[in-house]
Structures are given as C-alpha cells and as structure tokens.
Design a protein around this ligand. Structure first.
Ligand code: PMP
Length: 354
C-alpha cells in the first residue's frame, strides 16, 4: 500500500443495473420507461440554439422550479432540483444526516442508501421488512438520526399506506424523514399532501421513470422553505451548475405535457396488471406492486436460472444475489409487446424445466 493511500476516502460504490450496448435486447432490468419522453420535451432538444449553450445555465433552474411548483401546487421556495434523484438524495444525506445517532432505512431497499451513508460517514441501522416484504411502522418509532423510506419500496414494489408513513413522520419530528417517491406516479399516494403539516418531511421524486427522462438526469424534492434553503446552501457550496440548460428546458416542457404523461402512465399500469395475471398463472409469486416493476419468485425454478435463461434470449431483468431476495427477479414493465415476448418465453422455459 502506498503511503498516500492512508488518506484515501475508501468506498464500495453502488452497482447500477447493466446498460448493454446492444439495441436488440428487451431491457427490463433498470426500471426505465419503455415509451419515449414527451414530444414537447424532444422539440425543445431539437430547437436548442448554440447561442444559448454558449452561456452557463441558470444556477437556480428557475424555469423547471416554477413548472414543478405550479404543477404540484407548492411554493417555488419549497422545490429543490438535482441531477437525478440520486443527486437530490445524496445532497440530502449530506445536508440533513449529521448527527451521531444512526439513520434508519429498510434492510431490503434501494442499495444506494448505505453507499451514501458510508461515503458521508453516517451511522445507519437497517430495519427488517416482514415476511410479506412490508415496512413495519413500529421499527421507525425510536430515537434516530433520520429516516429514509422509499414508497413504493424498491426492489419489492410494495407501497406503504400514507397514514402509516404519517405515523412515522409524526413520531420523528426532531429529525428529517425522507420519502423517496421514485415510483409514486404508477399508482401510489404521494406524501406531498403532508408537507404543510410536517416541517421535517422531504419528498423526493424523479423524471427517470414516469417521465421517460432517465438519460437527462432530473430529480427534485419538496420540503418546507427552510429545509430547501439548507439543501441549496449545500448545493451551492459544491457545484452551482448541477442542472444544464437543455435539461432544465426539457424537464419544464415535460411537466407542461400533462396529457402525454397520463397516457404513458396509464399504459404502463394496464400492462403491469396484465403481466401480474400472466405471471401468477405461470406459478410466480410476488408482493403486489404499485410501481413499474414486479418482484417475482417461482416456487419450482430458481430465480438465477430463469435470469440466465432470459438473458441468453436477450431479455434482461434484474437479479440481486443478496440475502432474503436471491430467489427473486425484478422485472420492469415494458411495452405490451415486450411483456408478451417475456411471458411466451417463460411459458416455454418453465414447461421444459420444472
Ligand atoms: N430511488 C429509487 C428507489 C430508485 O430505484 C432509483 C432508481 N435507480 C432512484 C432513487 C434514482 O433515480 P434517478 O437518479 O434516476 O432519479
């Protein structure tokens, strides 16, 4: 070991899902939206002028902030934006979790939380989900340094009742509670409506799933004005220009196109419900999902085998080789056509292998 290595901040990074270069695969492994972004957002991209890009972007991303504030009926001072919700969440961990007590999050959850906690030296304690993969409210009613809960949870897709989340937020008013709503638009009930009552609540959402803009990297958070000011102070102490000009304009255009948003969401929900029925018919079990993915296990065929068989056919789903979930596949909802191909292959494969 070189002497200078003693001073290195060592971290084990998060591993994102595979992004294969081949374009002929059915990609159901990273919860992307199978439909393109709003045509209005794409128009903005096509019409972007070089003269605009010559200049630095608006550090406050005002156009996007205004659009989000209007759409969600909050004050613009209650909105924070970042480079995907990963950036927003990381910034929130850095800003709000500076106590000595551990922060709490589920044992089975988005696997970036412990990575950020390790990066920022935040102590944490994982709270076990029950056998139905549900978050147990009582586990979060104890002295702690903060809480982060995704709703619906990932990779399970399980939604927690807003009334139970409210109990957790109410029981922890001395610390910040982050509700990560990356998948809320696919049928869940948002905690945004609790913002006026709890000044310790931060609600984080993203354009990556329901708005088909994962490639643009847009995330945002709502909280009370003081909380958002603290977040902005941290952001401006790190990088003033997190949001680029194209992203800000495309994001705003996407929010304005409500009809397209509803249309694609409805299609995904419809396809998800169809896929649930077909998977159940094939002998899969899964907790009910309110998201754009299904977390499924087969009683007679190991998940890893199905994962490999699917991959060999160019169908990518996500497999986590981790305790408690190593017999599950997380299957993103694609187009109708993609899901039909998946189901047809599974029918044939399970017919021959179980
Ligand atoms: N939260 C959860 C629960 C997620 O699954 C993801 C997607 N990987 C994110 C946040 C981050 O998404 P993005 O940075 O693309 O907004």
């Amino acid at each position: 070991m070189a002497a200078w290595e003693k001073n290195v901040r060592r971290v084990i990074p998060y591993t994102p899902g595979e992004q294969p270069v081949r374009s002929d695969i059915i990609k159901l492994n990273t919860n992307e939206n199978p439909y393109p972004p709003s045509p209005e957002a794409l128009k903005v991209l096509q019409n972007m002028e070089g003269q605009i890009l010559r200049k630095y972007p608006d550090p406050a991303a005002e156009e996007l902030i205004q659009e989000l504030a209007g759409y969600y009926r909050v004050n613009p001072q209650q909105v924070f934006v970042g480079v995907g919700s990963d950036d927003v969440l990381a910034m929130s961990f850095l800003t709000f979790f500076n106590g000595k007590k551990p922060i709490l999050f589920p044992d089975i959850t988005y696997s970036f939380y412990d990575v950020w906690a390790d990066l920022f030296r935040i102590p944490y304690e994982r709270q076990p989900l029950n056998d139905k993969f549900e978050i147990c409210t009582e586990d979060y009613k104890k002295d702690c340094g903060g809480i982060v809960i995704p709703n619906p949870n990932a990779p399970t897709g399980v939604e927690k009742d807003l009334s139970e989340l409210e109990e957790i937020i109410a029981a922890n008013q001395d610390v910040i509670v982050i509700i990560d709503e990356a998948y809320i638009d696919f049928g869940g009930e948002s905690a945004i409506k609790l913002l006026s009552e709890y000044d310790n609540l931060l609600v984080v959402q993203t354009f990556s799933k329901s708005r088909s803009l994962a490639g643009m990297r847009i995330g945002y958070a709502f909280g009370n004005e003081k909380l958002i000011k603290y977040l902005n102070d941290a952001k401006y102490s790190f990088n003033s220009y997190t949001m680029n000009t194209v992203t800000v304009a495309m994001g705003a255009a996407s929010v304005r196109d409500e009809a397209y948003f509803r249309e694609t969401i409805d299609k995904i929900i419809f396809t998800r419900e169809w896929t649930k029925k077909e998977l159940a018919r094939l002998g899969f079990v899964f907790p009910d999902s309110s998201s754009n993915f299904i977390f499924a296990s087969h009683s007679k065929c190991p998940a890893v085998k199905i994962f490999e068989a699917l991959k060999s056919q160019g169908i990518y789903v996500r497999y986590f080789d981790k305790p408690r979930i190593d017999n599950y596949l997380r299957i993103t909802i694609g187009t109708d056509q993609e899901m039909k191909i998946l189901i047809e292959f599974l029918k044939q494969y399970l017919g021959e292998n179980v």
